[in-house]
Write a protein that binds this ligand. Structure first.
Ligand code: KG4
Ligand code: ZN
Length: 353
């Protein structure tokens, strides 16, 4: 096993990457569909699947090109098989299987969430275990213990909206551009995080995150303070909106870190990982690094290109299984719902459904 090809098509990014057996990234190409879905204010699954079909071959060519290799140099393939949009996953899985058959290569199916977790090791190969990994994206928000490489124990996950989804929905309420996370983050830098009150989320039962209450709180505050959404997404936001998004961002970050801090105190990990698209958030990054520092822990906050959906993390997640001689060619299946973290996590998620 010399070079691994990673393929990711679970949502609205078509991505292909090449890494070597030590996990070094030779190329990582991502073609985003954000502009395609922006007019709809969210990802349209049918359009996304069709766009993957169009984009995959050119993205593959570019990834091989940038790595300076040919398809014949690849020795194994790792592809996202779930969780995600089923029509989108099928495009990647079919492509991976086709390449594997045509070239006589092993192929392994990867859990997208494992990809996000191991992006910490793409950035910091020597990050020690046990680790604690927080994945925050537009589709997922969950916390895992990683006692050793390849083992994941889910500590908590969101029971309603993902953190990124909350950013996107609040941005929509306020008439800000899509996707909302980056817009809110930028505007919040100028605002007063203490201007508007957001209570702490109280949850009964097993540890979990919840963000839908913040969206309701924003709607109520808009009504109570007569804050109108922007007439046009590019308008200069007035003071009350600037302060409102600063307060909202502060509350979401506080909520995420509260759970992480509690778990650090309970489980005493040696390192922390922050990943997923929301890890681009300036306040979250800064506070997460501070939390690690406070507890004297090693920390990986991957560069944004490894935090948002990409195929390097998928190749990295598949690498150990390919190195061990694994091959899923005959039974690889795309699955829209695919938990990460063993039976403990599965029990929790069923109760929440
Ligand atoms: O990981 P990702 O690219 O796609 C998913 O797998 O969901 O994450 C995209 C999400 C979107 O919800 C976007 O609004 C959010 O990440 N996001 C941010 C920031 N940048 C992206 N949220 C908060 N602050 C940011 N700076
Ligand atoms: Zn993702």
């Amino acid at each position: 096993m010399r070079l691994v090809l990673g393929i990711e098509t679970s949502c609205d990014e078509t991505a292909v990457a090449v890494i070597d057996r030590d996990g070094a990234v030779l190329s990582s190409v991502v073609s985003s569909q954000v502009a395609t879905h922006a007019p709809f204010g969210g990802v349209v699954p049918e359009i996304a699947a069709r766009k993957h079909l169009e984009a995959l071959a050119p993205v593959l060519d570019q990834a091989l090109d940038e790595a300076g290799i040919e398809l014949g140099d690849v020795s194994g393939i790792a592809v996202t098989r779930g969780p995600g949009l089923i029509g989108c996953l099928l495009v990647g899985v079919a492509a991976a299987r086709t390449l594997a058959v045509a070239r006589g290569l092993p192929v392994v199916g990867v859990n997208h969430l494992e990809g996000h977790v191991v992006s910490g090791w793409l950035e910091a190969p020597d990050l020690p275990h046990p680790a604690l990994a927080l994945v925050v994206s537009g589709g997922h928000t969950a916390l895992w213990r990683v006692p050793e490489p390849g083992r994941y124990v889910q500590v908590a996950r969101t029971r309603d909206d993902a953190a990124g989804e909350a950013f996107d929905k609040v941005a929509k309420l306020l008439g800000l551009p899509y996707p909302g996370g980056p817009a809110i983050d930028r505007i919040a830098e100028q605002g007063d995080p203490a201007a508007f009150p957001f209570g702490e989320v109280r949850i009964k039962g097993p540890p979990a995150f919840s963000f839908s209450g913040y969206k309701t709180a924003v709607r109520d505050l808009m009504r109570r303070h007569a804050i109108a959404p922007l007439a046009h997404p590019d308008d200069e936001p007035p003071r009350p909106i600037v302060d409102l998004v600063a307060s909202f961002r502060h509350a979401v970050v506080r909520e995420l870190l509260r759970r992480v801090r509690r778990e650090i105190e309970r489980d005493r990990p040696r390192s922390l990982v922050l990943a997923g698209g929301v890890a681009a958030n300036r306040l979250l990054r800064a506070e997460f690094l501070r939390l690690a520092d406070e507890h004297g822990l090693a920390v990986a906050v991957p560069r944004p290109a490894y935090c948002t959906d990409n195929a390097a993390m998928i190749a990295r997640a598949g690498l150990p299984r390919l190195l061990a001689g694994g091959n899923d060619l005959d039974d690889i299946e795309a699955e829209a719902a695919l938990p990460l973290g063993g039976p403990e996590a599965r029990r929790t998620s069923r109760r929440h459904r």
